[in-house]
Design a protein around this ligand. Structure first.
Ligand code: WTA
Length: 621
């Protein structure tokens, strides 16, 4: 059976887990396997993750900064919370939740801008055993509603409005839209930020600052079993609606805490800045839990890289003496556009380590980041992982592993990748390309898709029985280094955000004048991938420009601005097999400008359409 841990792996994980605070030690290190998709870790153990993130640091680090908050507007003062203060803030928030009737196992949703209350809030949930579900503020009210319904959330926490560059996002108004007639939501908690006018519904909506005043300063951490749920995080899959990946307590904690320390080679006085939003897994694992589990100082930034100028990142690095900068290739590429003269003006002497995450980093962006930001003296770690994996699985260790642009490099200790060939068999040769799987369990693997375990099994464990399938392709070199080549399924990665093509198609097909559509990833110089939509209209359409605009608006309404198509091509038909299946592979080749590799189209139902599509193909201007 390929899923059993080796003795080395067992010893390794037992030893790692011992460095955490347990109320009761585990009885069994790991149970279950990838055949049954029933993996569990540290079974029988009891703990609370916030005790590991906060209480245990109080003796030595009470006065140490835990969180530095850099607001959207550079003229607004930055603020910070020490470990002592963060502990009290989390306790108060936890008591507020208890006072509002939230109990262990209840789901609390967060739909907020990036301010300290978001981090405090999720820790408060963990303190009392409530399951938190953070939904990125860039999702539309309709998307939010779907997630609230799916998770049966009892409470939603939001801001009046969120600052994002020179824009204000009307978060409370969006929540109001999302929860019309949604019975499960008993409380809406509003944190004041923009101070804009909002409507408050009596008996349902409360201001955070009004309730927090009555909250006690101490809240005991509830005892959690190792496998008790910690959070749900929604992500897109290749089919249907978004999946709520469920992570549990102990395994998530152990791997995230340890991988943070190892990959970034964290040292006591380092200042760690992860630029991701907490709405994504990176913000959970390496802005919040990874740093706090290690007693580190973590930086939270409310704004965007280009506001008020494209020098903002570098200003923040110098202002807060950041030692570790962990960001996404799309952010680097968006800054690269403005020229290297900008980061060259900043010495950024404090920087020691750079990190990249979320999508393959192209050589040009890697070299730019390494040269102009890291001044060729900071190791740049390209970290590969997923919402499902909870923490980093393949990455260089900063300053230890040799660096090679474009290579995530080696699996972390305890992690065992495998490459599969087209016949579904593991490739044993060292040098190989194939579909990337994991062969043995690791602690922070998601345990299920909330409310749909069958889909969990189908998505990750049936393609290659006995293995966890990542959905990514990879190449392995003679030195064992892995290069991640990107998704091999119908998921596209837009600015590091995962979107299912089926999800976007479903939204487009809601338009009354659309018969059908096909969405594929478009190579994009900044976003990595953009969205290219082929749409087939009914005969009623005369003004295709108007149609395109309506489609864009519709997608924004249904999914959110992150899914707005970059290019829309109106076509009379889509290439189909004789059984009527849309040949997305052909469309992908057309969009990727690989027309010579389209292959034989003569067996299609409608081969003539391919030529027409090629002739009328659109390009980014
Ligand atoms: C992609 C983000 C190449 C990959 C942590 C994966 C990467 C998906 C890298 C997960 C990397 C993430 N190099 N590709 N270093 N990191 N990816 O769930 O396709 O938002 O499957 O998690 O992003 O995206 P997710």
């Amino acid at each position: 059976m390929p899923t059993l841990l080796s003795n080395e792996q067992s010893d390794y994980w037992s030893q790692v887990a011992q460095s955490f605070v347990w109320r009761k030690k585990w009885e069994k290190l790991q149970t279950g396997d990838f055949h049954k998709a029933n993996v569990e870790w540290f079974v029988g153990g009891e703990l609370n993750i916030t005790e590991n993130c906060l209480d245990r640091h109080l003796e030595d680090r009470r006065q140490k900064k835990a969180l530095i908050f850099e607001p959207n507007n550079p003229n607004e003062l930055a603020s910070f919370l020490t470990y002592g203060e963060l502990h009290i803030s989390v306790c108060c928030f936890a008591n507020l939740l208890l006072n509002r009737g939230i109990k262990k196992g209840d789901v609390v949703c967060f739909y907020m801008g990036m301010t300290p209350e978001l981090m405090i809030g999720i820790l408060a949930c963990a303190r009392i055993g409530a399951i938190f579900s953070v939904v990125f503020g860039g999702f539309s009210p309709l998307s939010l509603r779907g997630r609230l319904e799916d998770s049966n959330a009892k409470m939603i926490i939001t801001h009046d409005g969120g600052f994002r560059g020179d824009k204000i996002v009307p978060l409370k108004q969006m929540v109001d839209e999302a929860i019309v007639d949604l019975e499960s939501i008993k409380t809406v908690l509003v944190v004041k930020r923009t101070l804009q006018e909002i409507s408050m519904k009596q008996g349902r909506d409360y201001y955070y600052d009004a309730l927090i005043k009555d909250a006690e300063l101490y809240c005991p951490a509830v005892t959690m079993k190792s496998e008790d749920p910690l959070f749900i995080l929604y992500t897109s899959g290749s089919t249907g609606k978004p999946k709520g990946l469920l992570h549990t307590t102990a395994g998530y904690m152990v791997h995230v805490g340890k991988s943070f320390k190892d990959v970034f080679q964290y040292k006591e006085n380092d200042i760690f800045w992860c630029t991701a939003d907490i709405g994504w897994i990176t913000g959970h694992s390496y802005m919040t839990f990874g740093p706090l589990l290690n007693g580190a100082t973590t930086v939270m930034f409310e704004g965007i890289p280009t506001y008020p100028t494209p020098a903002r990142f570098w200003e923040v690095v110098e202002k807060h003496q950041v030692t570790h900068l962990y960001t996404a290739p799309t952010a680097i590429r968006s800054l690269e556009k403005f020229g290297h003269e900008i980061p060259e003006k900043f010495k950024m002497k404090s920087l020691k380590v750079l990190g990249s995450v979320g999508e393959p980093i192209n050589d040009e962006a890697w070299l730019w980041y390494h040269k102009y930001v890291g001044k060729e003296r900071c190791p740049l770690v390209d970290t590969w992982w997923q919402t499902e994996t909870g923490g980093i699985l393949i990455s260089a260790l900063a300053g230890i592993t040799e660096l090679k642009p474009g290579y995530a490099s080696l699996p972390l200790e305890g992690i065992e990748p495998a490459l599969m060939n087209e016949q579904g068999v593991e490739i044993k040769d060292l040098v190989a390309s194939g579909n990337l799987c994991l062969k043995t369990p690791w602690p922070s693997l998601a345990r299920t898709i909330y409310g749909d375990h069958e889909r969990f099994i189908q998505t990750y464990f049936t393609t290659y029985p006995g293995y966890y399938f990542t959905g990514d392709g990879a190449r392995r070199e003679a030195n064992g280094f892995y290069r991640i080549t990107g998704r091999v399924d119908d998921v596209i990665n837009v600015s590091g955000h995962r979107l299912g093509t089926a999800e976007v198609e479903e939204a487009i097909n809601e338009h009354v004048d659309i018969v059908e559509s096909a969405v594929v990833g478009l190579p994009h110089p900044v976003k990595g991938q953009g969205i290219y939509a082929f749409v087939v209209p009914t005969n009623n359409v005369v003004d295709s420009e108007k149609l395109e605009k309506e489609i864009r608006d519709l997608v924004v309404k249904i999914i959110g601005p992150i899914a707005r198509p970059d290019l829309i091509q109106v076509v009379d038909g889509l290439p189909k097999t004789r059984s009527g299946k849309i040949m997305r592979r052909i469309l992908r080749k057309i969009v990727e400008n690989e027309i010579e590799n389209i292959g034989d189209t003569s067996t299609l139902l409608n081969p003539e359409i391919v030529e027409i599509i090629i002739k009328t193909k659109k390009s980014l201007s």
